[in-house]
Design a protein around this ligand. Structure first.
Ligand code: PLP
Length: 412
């Protein structure tokens, strides 16, 4: 028999979303009369149709494929120049951020990118992750052999956990020890927290002093509406020497089912080889990306590029406003019900403390059985998520209004 990658056996069996699915399915099977009324505010998937500009651009791109003169086969692995130029101009340069098109690598989504990036790093790095955390960062490190075994609370030996708590506003403090790589995500999934300029500057200063690379997940940057909250790590001076940024069209353009994202690696960013020599990180990623990836679909990239036109920007804004208003309604409903609430502005997630010190899975079951609402238990995102739950604002207004009413009734 062939040897398997034993690291996979260290992964915790009950991955969060399958476990939620299992409990919902079991409840629905036992209560068929109630099943149709269940409202899902669990998994962070968008619900609203794509902006019309993206639909039109993709229809046209399909037609391009129908004629020899406009047909597109393999494109550049890094992404078409017209898309990379649009990203660099609209998302960075017009906001005064120094990023050029050749530092952008288009992909089929940020989830893959955040996992794949580990290909270009060694196995001897000290790696820090926030707690609670987007589970992909942790599980991909487990698969890559960068951790030890799982502990009973679900955390792994060998990782440095950065507690996110009400005390630090769910923005992790820089570690008290040296780390080589640190994951950050703002606006945050699951807590909805955002980091201000000063907080991000502390991280960049730490990274420059410690030769740390920051893996900055900006999948929700388009939800930032407040002045003074940076939308990119590269808004902080010095970040070009210490950060990689991940971005996605999934949440801002409703592309979860279309699939497109990108990585930004500044040309100055370096790591070191076994002999201690500095090596540009972008060179390795370029080699990895062109070897293992054959480019995002032409049709999809046309759809993504359309989002950067003035009309596309306007339609994207409207989509985000819809979800932000949902988040505001959900936050207010939880507050009125006497719960402690974080996030919910500048982010599509509302992070809530369970009432009466209930466990987060215990409260999940109560919400499911008594209010027919699916939430995400905080404990599924890490040990420090215990005692909290996440409500996703990705829903129709009708469903959100109903969820608000059910929360009021449940906790009256
Ligand atoms: C949704 C999400 C992404 C985006 O993933 P895609 O693969 O681009 O759909 C990335 N990071 C976080 C934290 C997310 O919640």
């Amino acid at each position: 028999m062939a040897h398997i990658n034993d690291n996979f056996l260290k992964l915790q069996a009950g991955y969060l979303f399958p476990e939620i699915g299992r409990r919902v399915a079991a409840f629905a099977a036992a209560n068929p009369d109630k099943a149709p009324q269940i409202i899902r505010c669990g998994i962070g998937d968008v619900t609203e149709p794509l902006p019309q500009v993206a639909i039109d651009a993709m229809h046209k791109a399909v037609d391009d494929q129908a004629k020899r003169e406009t047909f597109h086969g393999y494109g550049p692995e890094q992404g078409y120049a017209w898309l990379r130029e649009a990203i660099a101009t609209v998302s960075y340069q017009q906001r005064g951020i120094d990023i050029s098109a050749d530092e952008i690598y288009v992909s089929d989504g940020a989830k893959c990118d955040t996992g794949n990036i580990l290909d270009i790093f060694g196995h001897n790095n000290i790696i820090a992750v926030p707690d609670p955390v987007y589970p992909v960062y942790v599980d991909t490190n487990v698969m890559n052999g960068n951790t030890g075994a799982a502990r009973p609370d679900g955390s792994y030996e060998g990782l440095v956990y950065l507690p996110c708590t009400p005390e630090n506003g769910f923005v992790p403090d820089v570690p008290s020890q040296h780390v080589d790589i640190a994951y950050l995500c703002f606006p945050n999934n699951p807590t909805g927290a955002v980091a201000n300029y000063e907080q991000l500057k502390k991280w960049v200063d730490y990274a420059l002093a410690n030769d740390t690379i920051l893996l900055y997940d900006g999948a929700y940057e388009a939800f930032v509406t407040e002045e003074g909250i940076p939308t990119s790590i590269f808004a902080i001076p010095g970040a070009r020497r210490c950060a990689i940024e991940f971005r996605s069209f999934s949440k801002q353009g409703g592309f979860t089912g279309v699939r497109c994202g990108y990585i930004v690696i500044p040309s100055e960013l370096q790591g070191k080889d076994a002999a201690g020599n500095a090596v540009p990180v972008s060179k390795l990623w370029s080699r990895r990306h062109t070897t293992k990836f054959n480019g995002a679909s032409y049709i999809v990239q046309r759809g993504a590029a359309a989002l950067f036109t003035p009309e596309g920007q306007q339609q994207t804004r409207a989509l985000i406003e819809h979800y932000l208003t949902n988040a505001k309604l959900l936050s207010e409903a939880c507050r009125k019900a006497g719960l402690k609430v974080w996030g919910g502005s500048n982010a599509p997630y509302v992070w809530v403390q369970t009432p009466d010190g209930m466990g987060s899975w215990e409260f999940f079951d109560k919400m499911l059985q008594e209010a027919l609402v699916v939430i995400t238990p905080g404990a599924g995102f890490g040990a420090h998520g215990e005692g909290f739950f996440r409500i996703s604002a990705f829903n129709s207004r009708e469903n959100v209004t109903e969820v608000c009413a059910r929360i009021a009734k449940l906790l009256a």
